[in-house]
Every structure is written in structure tokens, then in C-alpha cells.
Design a protein around this ligand. Structure first.
Ligand SMILES: Nc1ncnc2c1ncn2[C@@H]1O[C@H](COP(=O)(O)OP(=O)(O)OP(=O)(O)O)[C@@H](O)[C@H]1O
Length: 270
């Protein structure tokens, strides 16, 4: 199950028997992951399973303890300039009285408005306006960043990442704390971005269902192991029971939505 090959000829992520962790302690191991250019992939699993840690490995920020990981065909640390990373939900201090466009420009200008040339600033402004438009956030231009709702802020973070024209986006829980409609809208916006720009998006989530219509594959991390494949391949009772080492049942309703129940009542529900 875990050894899935993408149809896309251009591999963005290739992990072979990968094991990562902190110090010498493995958090998960034996991961065989292939992600092609232009795929939309969700990373799921319980709290503390090591989803963010996978992002750290892809960014070359932690040592590989076992196996091999290639990003854009080389060492992860050589691929950073091609990656747009949006870390787990960040809050904006209400003291920050900066407007949305300037906030988005900070990422491009390295937070330094002083010694930057006029031409560079003008270029950054243009790139940021284009990417705000791209993620459906142009209407926030002119607003102050602290005035935005959680869902609106997520779009600005995405625009910030897209302004650098990355080939891959790593989005850590962008749907957290969004209501159902905002979550569905953002999932659709990310899917549109993936298709229109052939960008690869890896997204950590706790709720699979808003993403299901758009996903090419999922990476499921639990119990120190990693399963990858299409949602239909990964989300079977047999597969999740094997992964968790206990009885897990997967149900689908008539709209294809998935619910997961384990021996531990109140376990993992999607
Ligand atoms: N710098 C670190 N040093 C040591 N252990 C760490 C470090 N960062 C994270 N961990 C541990 O690694 C484990 C996995 O963390 P990670 O953030 O990858 O989980 P996650 O699946 O993203 O969790 P969540 O869904 O709660 O965000 C956790 O037990 C965490 O405490």
C-alpha cells in the first residue's frame, strides 16, 4: 500500500523507506512516498503523529534518520527556494497596524522596507497584488491585517507564499478553526491554484471530508507508520486497522464522506 507511484513523470517528492525523528529517536519510519508535480495531497493523522515533522524533513530542517528523501530530484535543503511554506495557524497581534498589501510584501522584502530600492518595492507590490488576486483576496487590499477573519488571513498567508512563484506549497492546517463554508471555499481555492498553476500542494488537515473532492492522494501518519495512496486506497477498515494495530472501521455515506471509528470510542473521526 505505501509504495505508490505517481502517474506524473515529474516527481516532486520521493521518499524511500524514510524514517525521521528528533535526536536519534524515530518518530515514524518505513515511508515510501511519491508526489508528482501538480498534485493536491492531504497529510492526515492524530495529534503528535509527525505531520509537521514531515514538512520539516521536506524543508531540510531536520536530519533524515533512515532511508532517502528527494525533493525536486535532489537534497531537500537545495529545494527550499521552490517551496512556499505556510506554518500552522499564526495569529496577528492587534497592535500590528499594517495593511494587507504591505503585510504580504514583507515576505518578499525580508521585512525590511528601508534600504530596498524603489524598483524592487514596485516589483514586490505587483507580485503581491497578483497573488492576492490569485487566491481571491484582492478585496482585502486596503484593509488592516488585524481586521481580517481567520479564513481571510489564511488566504493572505497563501498569497504571501505564492508571491515567490513556488513549485510546491506546504500548508500546515490552513483549514483549522474555519467554519464549514469557509473551509470548503479555501479547499476549492487551493484546488484551483493547484490546477491553474500546476503547483503541488501538500496540506496538513484533521478533517478529510472538505478536501475529498479535490485530492489526488493522501499521506496518513499514525502509530509510527505512514500509508500513502488515493483516499479510496488508504481509507479502508483493513488498511487503517493494520496501521493502528487495532480494530478500526471506516464508513462512507452516500455522498462519499468518510467517518472513522476505532476501538477507542471517541477516537479519530473524519
Ligand atoms: N524540536 C523538537 N524536538 C523534539 N521533539 C519534537 C520537536 N518538535 C516536535 N517534536 C515531537 O514530535 C512529535 C510530532 O510532532 P509534530 O508537530 O510533527 O506532530 P503533528 O502530527 O503535526 O501534530 P499536531 O496534529 O498536533 O499538529 C510530537 O510528539 C512532538 O512533541
Amino acid at each position: 500500500m505505501s509504495n505508490v507511484t505517481s502517474n506524473d513523470s515529474k516527481m516532486v517528492v520521493e521518499a524511500k523507506n524514510l524514517g525521521v525523528g528528533y535526536g536519534q529517536d524515530l518518530l515514524w519510519s518505513g515511508a515510501n512516498i511519491c508526489v508528482g508535480q501538480g498534485e493536491f495531497v492531504a497529510i492526515l493523522g492524530p495529534n503528535g503523529a509527525g505531520k509537521t515533522t514531515l514538512f520539516r524533513a521536506l524543508l531540510g530542517n531536520i536530519q533524515i534518520l533512515e532511508g532517502d528523501l528527494k525533493v525536486f530530484g535532489g537534497a531537500p535543503s537545495n529545494a527550499r527556494s521552490q517551496i512556499g511554506y505556510v506554518p500552522q495557524r499564526r495569529f496577528i497581534d492587534s497592535e500590528i497596524q499594517i495593511d494587507v498589501r504591505e503585510f504580504a510584501m514583507l515576505a518578499l522584502l525580508g521585512g525590511n522596507f528601508g534600504p530596498v530600492s524603489r524598483a524592487k518595492k514596485a516589483r514586490a507590490r505587483q507580485l503581491v497584488e497578483e497573488s492576492l488576486r490569485l487566491v481571491g483576496a484582492e478585496e482585502f487590499i486596503g484593509k488592516r491585517i488585524h481586521e481580517l477573519s481567520g479564513g481571510q488571513l489564511q488566504r493572505v498567508f497563501m498569497a504571501q507564499a505564492m508571491a515567490r512563484s513556488p513549485s510546491m506549497l506546504l500548508l500546515d492546517e490552513p483549514l483549522a478553526n474555519l467554519d464549514m463554508r469557509a473551509g470548503a471555499n479555501l479547499a476549492q481555492a487551493i484546488s484551483d491554484l493547484v490546477k491553474s498553476h500546476n503547483v503541488t500542494a501538500l496540506l496538513v488537515a484533521h478533517d478529510l471530508n472538505p478536501l475529498l473532492p479535490y485530492l489526488d492522494r493522501v499521506i496518513y501518519i499514525a502509530n509510527h507508520k505512514v500509508a500513502t495512496g488515493t483516499p479510496d486506497e488508504v481509507f479502508t477498515s483493513e488498511n487503517l486497522s493494520r496501521l493502528y494495530g487495532m480494530s478500526v472501521e471506516v464508513f462512507r455515506d452516500d455522498r462519499g464522506r468518510i467517518a472513522i471509528f476505532s476501538e477507542l470510542e471517541g477516537g479519530n473521526h473524519h
